[in-house]
Every structure is written in structure tokens, then in C-alpha cells.
Design a protein around this ligand. Structure first.
Ligand SMILES: *Cc1c(COP(=O)(O)O)cnc(C)c1O
Length: 367
């Protein structure tokens, strides 16, 4: 049996008519850049995320970038983030001229360790970027308490976490701003690149829209430097259709994860992903730890089961960050995770037979 990591064609087949009709409507108006369809999606998204505002942008990376810019972060500033995350969480900090400061992760959840954040704060620190890795939120109560005490902004990298929640609060709704990605493989994927910034802060809501359109307000009058981070209206039209199905897809993901948890419990050399009681996990990725990870990956591949490694190398070990002066061994928990993590296939359209086959194949390996 073949089991891919994801089957976007199966998902699209189920919503084809609705998506193409919504996109055709935008094409008829020819308001294809940052048009009315984007405003409509922003309203839907703000309601879904329970935030005062939502702003559609060109990608999740650009959501992080415009948030850093809107908060006035730049040269001489430091921003704290996790050593174990997707590159964009830190790359954007460098792009505004600030310095990424890495912190190790918690040994179980793969998320940034609040104790490490506290130790990393200096008088140059301006913000914290917690990343809700794999779809389970970081310890936001502890992070917000640290940020409030030190007067720091919190930019939630919720690129993997749409539909997740922490003590009932949706991902991205707790910090100063939340950044979402609608890259096609994410839980809410566009038909190309797209992202959003969500916020409860009315003042930021005033400043952010200018930032995505060269900082102009009024037109051709530039009080600040922005960029072109506008959302494509065709993406917004597709996203509005898909947002209506997100909870149903997330529920299916959670059911598959529960089945994996049960089927893989107690296997020698395999640790299933921890679930914090107070968190609603969206299972963007179902990531196990395996002591013989590379052998397991090869075994599964031979049996037709695709897997993925998010991420094989920590950020402090990346060549482009060599100038920051970190070395291997600085973040041992993150480094161990990079050598052990393995994402198993998990997507809403997976059949029960596929789920059982993946679980059975992992069991075969450990037997
Ligand atoms: C996907 C992702 C991003 C970037 O989003 P894009 O839409 O691909 O630019 C940022 N941070 C994390 C943690 C991600 O997973």
C-alpha cells in the first residue's frame, strides 16, 4: 500500500466546484490584488481566530516580516526564538537587521522552553517569537508573563497552528500579533502562497495595513518604509471556502492522531507525541521520536509509507547563522530532537486502512 505524507488532490476534488466558482467570481471583477475577496476572508478569519482584526498578506514569512517591521524592530535589537523550528521564524529577524537569539526547547513538546527565554533576555531584547510547532501551542501563560514583566512584544508564529488552541484561546490570538501561513501543505492551505497577521491591538491594526503596501497613507505619501506584502484575491476566495471546512478536517486529523497514539503506545524505541491537557492540537504534523530514526524511515519507505523530518538541523547550526557565534552542543534538547523526529503521514482524507497500515508497519519495525 502507498501512503503519501499528504494528498492535496483528494482534498481539492471534494471542494473543486465551490473553489473554482469563488475564484471565477474574483476573476470576473478583476479585483485580483488585495480586493474585496481579501476583506471578506479577513472578516471570516478574525471571527474564526477570535481576534479584533486579521490582515491577509502574501505568505507566512511575510506575516512575520511585516509584524517585526510594524513593531519597529531593527538593527541593534534582539528577538528571542526557538533553536528548533522552520527557518522563517529566525530568518525574518535577521532580515529586519535584528539579531536572532536562540533558546532550547522543552524535552517533550518540542516547543520553546519558557525558562530559557527568561535567561536569554538582555536590555536589547524587543520581542519573543514562540513557535507552535507541529500544531501544539507553546506554553503561552508562562511566555506572556515573562513578556509582560520585561515589556516585550510577543509574535506568535502560528504558521503551523491554525485551528489549535491554548486554554480555549485560538493560536495567534494571545500575543501582540499572530502570524499564519496558508502555504498549500499547511492545515488551511491556499492555491499558492498566502498568509495572515491577526491581532487584538487596534493601534497595530492601524499600522499594519500601511506596511503591506509600501507604508503609504494616504496614497503616494510614505511615512514609513513598507513593502509589497499584499494578499492575492484569488487566494482569499479559495481560503474562505476552505475555512468553512477547517474544523471538520481538524477533527478528522485529531481522530487519526488518537488512533496512532493507541496503536503505537509502548513500542520499544518509539515515543508518540505528547499532548498537553490544556492544548487543542491541530496535528499539522504527527511527529514521533525514534531512537533508530533513519532506519525506521528507510523501512517505512520500502513499504510505501512516506515520512518527513521537520527539521534535520537546528537553526543555531545553520551556515547562514555562523556569524551569531553559536556552536553544536549549545542547545542539546533541540539537537537531540533533530536526530530523532519523524513525521508520519496524517491528513484528513487518509482512509482508516491507510492509518492502520502505517501503524502496523511501524510496529513491524519495532517487533
Ligand atoms: C510554514 C512556516 C512559516 C512560513 O510560512 P510561508 O507561508 O511558507 O512563508 C513560518 N514559520 C513556520 C513555523 C512555518 O511552518
Amino acid at each position: 500500500m502507498e501512503v503519501p505524507m499528504l494528498d492535496l488532490q483528494a482534498q481539492f476534488a471534494a471542494i473543486r466546484e465551490e473553489v473554482t466558482a469563488a475564484m471565477a467570481e474574483v476573476l470576473d471583477t478583476q479585483l485580483v490584488c488585495n480586493g474585496p475577496a481579501v476583506r471578506a476572508f479577513e472578516k471570516d478569519l478574525a471571527r474564526y481566530c477570535q481576534t479584533a482584526a486579521a490582515l491577509g498578506v502574501s505568505s507566512g514569512t511575510d506575516a512575520l516580516l511585516v509584524s517585526l517591521m510594524a513593531l519597529g524592530i531593527g538593527p541593534g535589537d534582539e528577538v528571542i526564538t526557538a533553536a528548533f523550528t522552520f527557518f522563517a521564524s529566525a530568518g525574518t529577524i535577521s532580515r529586519v537587521g535584528a539579531r536572532p537569539v536562540f533558546v532550547d526547547i522543552e524535552p517533550d513538546t518540542f516547543n520553546i522552553d519558557p525558562a530559557g527565554i527568561e535567561q536569554a533576555i538582555t536590555d536589547k531584547t524587543k520581542a519573543i517569537i514562540p513557535v507552535h510547532l507541529y500544531g501544539q501551542m507553546a506554553e503561552m501563560d508562562a511566555i506572556m508573563a515573562i513578556a509582560n514583566k520585561a515589556g516585550l512584544a510577543v509574535i506568535e508564529d502560528a504558521a503551523q497552528a491554525v485551528g489549535a488552541a491554548y486554554k480555549g484561546s485560538p493560536a495567534g490570538s494571545i500575543g501582540t500579533v499572530g502570524c499564519l501561513s496558508f502555504y498549500p501543505t499547511k492545515n488551511l492551505g491556499a492555491m499558492g502562497d498566502a498568509g495572515a497577521v491577526i491581532t487584538q491591538d487596534a493601534a497595530l491594526d492601524e499600522r499594519l495595513p500601511g506596511g503591506i503596501d509600501h507604508g503609504q497613507s494616504p496614497k503616494y505619501h510614505h511615512r514609513r518604509i513598507g513593502g509589497n506584502f499584499r494578499m492575492d484575491s484569488l487566494q482569499a476566495a479559495a481560503l474562505s471556502v476552505k475555512l468553512r471546512r477547517l474544523d471538520q478536517w481538524t477533527d478528522r486529523r485529531r481522530a487519526i492522531a488518537a488512533r496512532y497514539d493507541e496503536a503505537l503506545a509502548g513500542l520499544e524505541g518509539v515515543v508518540t507525541p505528547p499532548l498537553r491537557e490544556h492544548c487543542r492540537h491541530n496535528y499539522y504534523l504527527y511527529v514521533i521520536r525514534a531512537s533508530r530514526r533513519d532506519e525506521l524511515q528507510a523501512f517505512l519507505s520500502d513499504k510505501g509509507v512516506a515520512t518527513a523530518i521537520h527539521y534535520p538541523l537546528c537553526l543555531h547550526q545553520q551556515e547562514c547563522f555562523a556569524n551569531l557565534g553559536y556552536k553544536s552542543g549549545d542547545f542539546p534538547v533541540a539537537e537531540q530532537a533533530a536526530g530523532e523526529v519523524l513525521a508520519l503521514p496524517l491528513y484528513a482524507e487518509m482512509t482508516d486502512e491507510q492509518v492502520e497500515y502505517v501503524a502496523e508497519t511501524v510496529r513491524q519495525f519495532t517487533a
